[in-house]
Ligand binder design. Structure first.
Ligand SMILES: NC(=O)c1ccc[n+]([C@@H]2O[C@H](COP(=O)([O-])OP(=O)(O)OC[C@H]3O[C@@H](n4cnc5c(N)ncnc54)[C@H](OP(=O)(O)O)[C@@H]3O)[C@@H](O)[C@H]2O)c1
Length: 268
């Protein structure tokens, strides 16, 4: 596995196994995106409330990498008209299309059928390649599938050894949904955990690299965000070692449904 390795989505399209998160990536966004692309990152995750879309557009405009080799993930908000909003966000990034557009979170009422339908129209008109969801429980996902007659390609959820779910993983695998792991570095809040550091010590790598490797080996593409260039580079170190089964089990055992965003995680 390397940064340009891909996973096959249930539509047959390929998605990189690693992405650059861009929440609050607002300090020299274009420069950071360009640097990440130079290092080998190929997927970029964004949403309108991250404040990073214009900078991502600037970065993409400056790279020589063909657009077809990049993978752009955008999100629509619960009160958006999904079709118009996607067009608007793409304009903001000066892009003709997004590879993947997600419903950012289920709306307060229902499961987002209308949002999904807007995204289907955007896909029919050629400016969205694939459609997915984010922050959906398995129950909400089932309801949506039943309503729209289609299976999302991705569910982007918070996912680390400190907060994950075997049941959710089994459910998504059964349905052919790829889990994209957000806040995969725990927003740097749990990097000093002794048990995590012990695993890192065994491989002479950093806790951040262990967290990303765990996500890669689980088959759940992580989206680490890093403003710092040394962090961007360090995080690619996750491709340079392999966790033994016993250490994957140790990391799995850290699960306490902990969330970096506050509260506890709800998967089912
Ligand atoms: N769908 C959703 O609802 C949702 C919610 C949350 C996040 N996301 C997505 O997931 C992405 C990642 O999540 P996140 O931004 O919440 O948190 P994260 O990626 O878990 O953590 C980011 C923090 O970790 C630091 N960091 C990065 N690499 C490091 C390293 N090697 N060693 C030590 N610290 C390191 C960063 O510092 P520097 O920036 O200073 O380098 C930053 O403070 C987001 O940017 C966004 O794209 C989606």
């Amino acid at each position: 596995m390397h940064p340009r390795s891909t996973v096959t989505l249930n539509t047959g399209r390929e998605m990189p196994v690693l992405g650059l998160g861009s929440w609050e990536l607002t300090r020299d966004t274009a420069g950071t995106v360009l640097h990440a692309l130079d290092l080998g990152y190929r997927m970029i995750d964004t949403a309108v409330d991250y404040g990073s879309q214009p900078g991502i557009g600037d970065g993409l405009a400056r790279t020589d990498i063909p657009r077809g080799e990049l993978f752009l993930v955008a999100k629509v908000e619960e009160d958006d008209d999904a079709y118009d909003a996607t067009r608007r966000y793409l304009d903001e990034m000066r892009q003709d299309y997004a590879d993947l557009v997600l419903i950012h979170r289920p709306p307060p009422a229902g499961v987002g059928t209308e949002l999904w339908e807007g995204l289907v129209r955007a896909r029919d008109d050629g400016f969205v390649r694939d459609i997915g969801i984010s922050n959906y429980t398995s129950r909400q996902t089932e309801e949506l599938i039943e309503a729209v007659g289609e299976v999302p390609v991705v569910n982007q959820i918070e996912w680390t050894p400190f907060g994950w779910s075997q049941d959710m993983l089994d459910y998504c695998q059964r349905r052919g949904i790829v889990i994209q792991a957000y806040s995969p570095l725990t927003r740097a809040e749990r990097l000093d955990d002794d048990r995590l550091q012990q695993v890192a010590g065994r491989y002479d790598v950093t806790p951040a690299q262990v967290l990303l490797r765990w996500a890669l080996q689980k088959g759940t593409p992580p989206l680490p965000k890093a403003n710092r260039r040394d962090h961007l580079e360090e995080n690619l170190g996750a491709f340079r070692f392999q966790l033994l089964d016993e250490d994957m089990a140790r990391l799995d055992g850290l699960n306490e449904e902990w969330s970096a965003l506050g509260g506890s995680l709800q998967y089912l």
